[in-house]
Design a protein around this ligand. Structure first.
Ligand code: ADP
Ligand code: MG
Ligand code: ZN
Length: 624
């Protein structure tokens, strides 16, 4: 993959390194400089002065005089003294008297600019340090200046879009969203043979909007189109357009399309387009100028494709409702393709794709996995198989077996497994709570069968009761909904009956939340209460001021009270039913709780066996 951003970052790092080493160099020199100056100070204590020199010359004590013109110091070698330690004499600028005297006395006389002369050396060093500091400073200034300039033309210097010359993804790698694939097959043909369409005067659509929840394969699908058509794939995320600096987004759009035009035919993928493509002039906190500019630039670019330039823009979002209508006009994203959660067959297809690259034991049935995973997205399924593979490796097994798959499903749905609780009153209460769910679920008409009950904590939950969804959850009947409410209340009902109303715990908090929201929907959306088939509440939507999607309640205060009454009535009735089941089956429940505490987990089949055995012995207690 060729990533602009990455490469630029690398260069910058190298630049920084250079400056740092330079700075370190001058620091080192600075230290030498300081030691040097202390040497200088010591040398000032010389005792031999100019008049001493003249006197010595007069008396004939001097053997040799060496003058250094660069420093104007005379080195005087005296008779009988160590030649290595000449006396130093600071001279005046002009010394005709001295020269004459030396000549007169016939003393050896040399003029030499000594390289070993410390003072001179220090002088040059000082100069050198100064020079280095200046260079260092200059580089620093230059760097910060270029940084500032970078802020000016961000989009250019720090392009955040990625380009893949070949994605390597094919349509066969995308499963479970057959309709979307079929619709997009056409786009591949456009990209491959634009001339065919130009010849008959057809205008190639410019933009396709992929709409669907996260993880359903929108990005994958876009890559597959580029892969099938064998064109380059440019991608950027909407959130990357919107930056601190105004104008950056727009310039990024410009850059992106400039590069795309150079590489046409190609595919431009804009992820999370809702980040820039929101309805303009609305939104809490006033309009976002930056976003508007970016969006305008995007629209301009898309309008600017002359004829069939061979660039197709594919955008993805999971919030089509907030998109600016200008984006959806013909000539822009006029084609919209839904990418939804896969159904049973779709999940099987996706599992097939991802199982192909993994070692899976022959007894594993992908069918069973597909059945157990309603509501899973493609990404969830890919993640599921990967988790199972990791677990298999950790267990040092040859191939993935059903045991790893089960563990992975539980993990993907409910989170990480915790350590089992130690035996205590608390554990008993949790056991009664979970068995309560399981038993109430089992004895309520229209409830899904128990898959397993466990006391091993997972994620936020301290114990869990799993139910197998019967079939595809397309339509759900009133009986099923009420059964679900009753089952959800089974945990609290068990706590209430067995430990007493004062001993109930917070453990049922999540159950009660779900009961309340489900019941509210039954009353206000599904029209299944005594209030009749009235839609009293729309979909929950975020509020956008200025855009008429404010979620105002569509009923009077009087109706509101009636709704609350209906909700109370339904929940109360279901709770009574649940409590009755608990009371009627107390010995069975006690028995199940003992077994659960001993074994930590009871599988669905075992659970049903125990219930069946018990019912045979005491048939009066079963059913109500
Ligand atoms: P989205 O863009 O819709 O959020 P992605 O395309 O990024 O989802 O999907 C993430 C990953 O999940 C993909 O890379 C792929 O491994 C897997 N995946 C998702 N949907 C599918 C699918 N329909 N078929 C095969 N794999 C899928
Ligand atoms: Mg994506
Ligand atoms: Zn519960």
């Amino acid at each position: 993959m060729y990533n602009y951003n990455h490469k630029l970052r690398k260069n910058k790092a190298i630049k920084n390194k250079k400056i740092i080493s330079l700075m370190a160099g001058s620091l080192l020199l600075l230290q030498t400089f300081f030691t040097g100056s202390s040497v200088l100070a010591q040398e000032k204590n010389e005792q031999f002065n100019f008049s001493d020199l003249l006197r010595s010359l007069e008396t004939g004590e001097v053997k040799k005089v060496s003058i250094d013109p660069s420093t104007n110091i005379a080195y005087v070698y005296l008779n009988g003294e160590n030649d290595n330690k000449p006396q130093k004499v600071k001279l005046f600028n002009q010394n005709p008297e001295l020269i004459a005297k030396i000549r007169e006395k016939g003393v050896d006389f040399v003029v030499e600019s000594s390289a070993a002369n410390t003072a001179a050396l220090l002088n040059t060093m000082q100069l050198g340090i100064l020079l280095l500091l200046i260079i260092g400073l200059f580089l620093l200034i230059k760097k910060s200046a270029s940084g500032a300039a970078g802020a000016m033309n961000f989009g250019k210097s720090r392009a955040r879009f990625q380009m893949e010359a070949a994605t390597g993804v094919e349509f066969k790698d995308v499963a479970g969203i057959e309709e979307a694939k079929e619709e997009l097959q056409e786009v591949v043909v456009f990209l491959k043979t634009p001339d065919k369409f130009t010849a008959v005067g057809a205008k190639i659509p410019r933009g396709v909007l992929l709409i669907g929840p996260p993880g359903t394969g929108k990005t994958l699908l876009a890559k597959a189109i580029a892969g099938e058509a064998q064109v380059p794939f440019f991608s950027i995320s909407g959130s990357e357009f919107v930056e601190m600096f105004v104008g950056v987004g727009a310039s990024r759009v410009r850059d992106l399309f400039k590069k795309a035009k150079e590489n046409a035919p190609c595919l431009v993928f804009i992820d999370e387009i809702d980040a820039v493509g929101r309805q303009r002039g609305t939104g809490i906190g006033g309009g976002n100028d930056e976003r508007e500019q970016t969006l305008n630039q995007l629209l301009t670019e898309m309008d600017g494709f002359e004829g069939n330039t061979g660039i197709i823009v594919i955008a993805a979002t999971n919030r089509p409702d907030v998109l600016d209508s200008a984006l959806l006009r013909p000539g822009r994203f006029d084609r919209q393709v839904m990418v939804d959660y896969p159904d049973l067959k779709g999940r099987l297809g996706i599992l097939d794709v991802h199982a192909a690259t993994k070692k899976i034991a022959p007894e594993v049935s992908l069918d069973t996995i597909a059945q157990r995973t309603p509501g899973f997205s493609g990404a969830d399924l890919a993640n599921l198989l990967n988790e199972a593979a990791i677990l298999t490796a950790r267990r040092r097994k040859e191939a993935i077996t059903m045991s790893e798959i089960d563990a992975a499903i539980d993990r993907v749905i409910a989170g990480m497994e915790g350590t089992p609780l130690v035996d205590s009153k608390c554990k008993r209460l949790i056991a009664y709570h979970e068995i309560g769910h399981a038993i109430v679920g089992t004895f309520t008409n229209g409830h899904d069968p128990v898959e397993k009950v466990t006391l091993i904590p997972r994620g936020q939950a301290r114990g869990l009761t799993w139910f197998t969804p019967d079939e595809e959850q397309g339509l759900i009947s009133k009986t099923q909904l009420f059964a679900r409410i009753t089952g959800l209340l089974g945990g609290r009902a068990a706590e209430d009956i067995i430990f007493g109303n004062d001993e109930v715990t917070t453990g049922a908090g999540n159950d009660i939340e779900r009961v309340t929201s489900l019941t509210r929907q039954i009353v206000t959306k599904f029209g299944m209460s005594e209030l009749g088939p009235l839609a009293l509440e729309g979909d929950e939507q975020p509020i956008f001021l200025g855009n008429d999607t404010v979620n105002r309640s569509e009923y009077s205060q009087e109706i509101a009270e009636k709704i609350d009454l209906q909700i109370q009535k339904i929940v109360y009735q279901c709770y009574e039913n649940a409590k009755k089941i608990i009371i009627d089956n107390r010995p069975l429940i006690d028995n199940l709780v003992d077994q659960l505490i001993e074994k930590e987990t009871i599988e669905g089949d075992v659970f049903r066996q125990i219930v069946a055995n018990y019912s045979k012995k005491q048939p009066i207690l079963v059913k109500n």
